[in-house]
Design a protein around this ligand. Structure first.
Ligand code: NAD
Ligand code: RM4
Length: 261
């Protein structure tokens, strides 16, 4: 119960890495807000978020689903206010929502570029800003955690819109760590490698399974990291073990990105 009585928002909590983080945080005693965006995301997304809430409640945890597009500043502020109204506090903001519509560099138009920057970069900014404001107001020594990526360091042929947003998140995280320190708030980022989720399932399981094989072959631990592996790193940053950790990046990729020789 490393997060007993804490309240956490996890953006993009309905699937993949965010879902695993919601479930892990709830098992550790946190009250969890499973954020999702019905308008921004195709599919039966509301019931997907509700399913995460059900899974958490089934094991005695507490959770609610909250529909808010993170690229909409007003919606993000509404979410933070509503969470504090309901639970009385906000201790942890995990800014995790992200998209990566794989596309050739020359085919990325302005609309797609704006979309990816809007969700990944501006969304992270809005979530961190709204959370930090509230934490200061309530005198809570909270935690802001970002899902960045190894793509913040390395490029990707079909990710010329995406990788720069992850680089920006690292710099945002560090700037916030400096601004937040005097309030006892920390800011850190987890950098997953390739994790099979809905964001890349089509690419790695259908379009280009050879790429998945290549990623596995170059991963020293012999398998890709899972959403649960990433959630464990999120928990570290959120827990009391990380009280003196701020401005840090933690790669969770089984060693994939350092294996060049
Ligand atoms: P996913 O597609 O399974 O989950 C994405 C989540 O973001 C979903 O819950 C979706 O509803 C939500 N979302 C999308 N647009 C949103 C918006 N506008 N507002 C609020 N929520 C929105 O993908 P995932 O792999 O779990 O991705 C989660 C994060 O992890 C992303 O930031 C992604 O860039 C990052 N990441 C993923 C990998 C990987 O290999 N899967 C690697 C590194 C980093
Ligand atoms: C990650 C990384 C993965 C990719 C996902 C979409 O940051 O680049 O390899 O599959 O994004």
């Amino acid at each position: 119960m490393r997060l007993k009585d804490k309240v956490a928002i996890v953006t993009g909590g309905s699937r993949g890495i965010g879902k695993a983080t919601c479930i892990r945080f709830a098992k550790e005693g946190a009250k969890v807000v499973v954020n999702y965006a019905s308008a921004a995301d195709k599919g039966d997304i509301a019931s997907t978020a509700e399913q995460v809430v059900k899974e958490i409640k089934a094991v005695g945890g507490e959770a609610i689903a909250f529909d808010a597009d993170v690229s909409n500043k007003a919606k993000v502020e509404e979410m933070v206010n509503e969470v504090v109204r309901k639970f009385g506090r906000l201790d942890i903001m995990v800014s995790n929502a992200g998209i990566c519509p794989f596309e050739e560099f020359l085919d990325i138009d302005e609309e797609l570029l704006d979309l990816v920057i809007g969700v990944n970069q501006k969304g992270a900014f809005f979530c961190a800003q709204a959370a930090m404001k509230k934490m200061i107001e309530l005198k809570i020594t909270g935690r802001i955690i970002f899902t960045s990526s190894v793509s913040s360091i390395f490029g990707g042929e079909l990710q010329a819109h995406y990788c720069p947003t992850k680089g920006a998140i690292n710099q945002l995280m560090k700037s916030i760590a400096i601004a937040a320190g005097k309030h006892g708030i920390t800011s850190n980022a987890v950098l997953p490698g390739t994790v099979i989720t809905d964001i890349n399932r089509q690419q790695l399981e259908k379009d280009n399974p050879e790429l998945q094989e290549y990623f596995i072959k170059r991963t020293p631990i012999g398998r890709l990291a899972t959403p649960e592996d990433v959630a464990a790193a999120m928990l570290f940053f959120a827990s009391d073990d990380a009280t003196a950790v701020s401005g840090a990046t933690l790669v969770v990729d089984g060693g994939m990105s350092i294996n060049l020789q």
